[in-house]
Design a protein around this ligand. Structure first.
Ligand code: XMP
Length: 311
């Protein structure tokens, strides 16, 4: 049987109304298709009893917080910006292990949301967790930042109960819902971006300086691959350094990996066969526009055996 967005929306809205009753809820919005669809469903169900919030954790892409707020407000979500950058950087300071970084991110994320829930008098948190998030966490691939219960964490310890209207769905169905709900293509076809953002695109310690390098490289990769229709296209800052000669001087700079993949549900993926000229242009731009970078590598590994992200 095909997926019927109309009856899904009807059932989801009813379920949210039943769960939340006369209480209030906040919705954690990132601008991605999952959280936006979840928030729009909750908005239909709860109206003014829903407060959408956007957390600026300091790991967003260049200009992303401003652009996302504008986009979400344009679809009727009166999002509140929560600036928690310092809190997040303090939480991950000195951490190098991928899972430790995720754990610190998750704890800070829900601590901030718990505080927001109290501030808005909300008993519930609406979030856009989908089936793939849970599958990968339970399957031991990684502990996704937005999965709590399956990890044995009681959301009430953070001060809210969860509402997850999309937990049974996969990405293609969520995109279908977004189109059905009339959301702009910028949302319905949006490239997935991990919840912990650039934190997990910096292998090893994510200092503000290292995050800034990957932020600038990400912009170049996104600009150069726009229009290819890739499932995801991004830059990663690796650990270690390499030699380069810049302006006649030897420098010992950063190593950036570029990853572009084709996929439909993120569970498996193929490394894209990019034209060589495009790869060369990306490498030139990154090394020229970001003087701290010495080398650019292209990742040709599929998933499996690799994952899409490096961490
Ligand atoms: P992997 O790296 O496991 O990624 O192949 C599969 C999909 O999930 C995204 N991803 C995450 N999304 N929180 C998220 O919200 C996370 O912790 C996280 N880790 C990976 C990744 O970008 C890809 O789309």
């Amino acid at each position: 049987m095909g997926f019927d967005p109309r009856s899904f929306v009807e059932r989801a809205v009813e379920e949210i109304k039943r769960t939340v009753g006369g209480e209030r809820a906040i919705a954690a919005c990132s601008g991605g298709v999952d959280s936006t669809v979840a928030a729009v469903l909750a908005k239909i169900a709860l109206g003014d009893r829903l407060k959408p919030v956007y957390i600026d954790d300091g790991f967003r892409r260049l200009g992303e917080p401003e652009a996302t707020l504008k986009l979400l407000r344009s679809v009727g979500l009166d999002v509140e910006l929560v600036d928690a950058k310092e809190e997040f950087y303090a939480a991950v300071r000195g951490l190098r292990d991928a899972e430790e970084k995720r754990r610190a991110f998750r704890h800070t994320f829900y601590t901030v949301l718990g505080r927001e829930a109290r501030r808005w008098g909300a008993r519930f948190l609406v979030q856009g967790t989908i089936a793939a998030d849970v599958v990968e966490t339970v399957g031991g691939v990684k502990t996704q930042h937005n999965v709590l219960v399956q990890l044995g964490i009681d959301p009430r310890s953070y001060g809210f109960e969860l509402v997850e209207p999309l937990r049974e769905l996969y990405k293609p169905q969520v995109r279908e819902l977004a189109r059905y709900l009339g959301l702009p293509r910028e949302i319905s076809e949006r490239m997935p971006f991990p919840g912990p953002g650039l934190l997990i695109r910096v292998v090893g310690e994510a200092t503000p300086e290292r995050v800034e390098v990957v932020r600038r490289a990400t912009k170049i990769v996104e600009e150069e691959t726009r229009g290819l229709g890739a499932f995801q296209a991004f830059a990663v800052l690796l650990e270690g350094r390499a030699t380069a000669v810049k302006g006649g001087r030897r420098v010992y700079g950063y190593i950036v990996a570029v990853r572009v993949v084709e996929s439909s549900d993120a569970l498996t993926a193929r490394a894209s066969e990019l034209p060589y000229q495009l790869l060369k242009r990306i490498a030139s731009r990154i090394t020229e526009e970001i003087p701290e970078v010495a080398r650019v590598l292209y990742d040709v590994t599929d998933k499996p055996p690799a994952t899409i992200e490096f961490e």
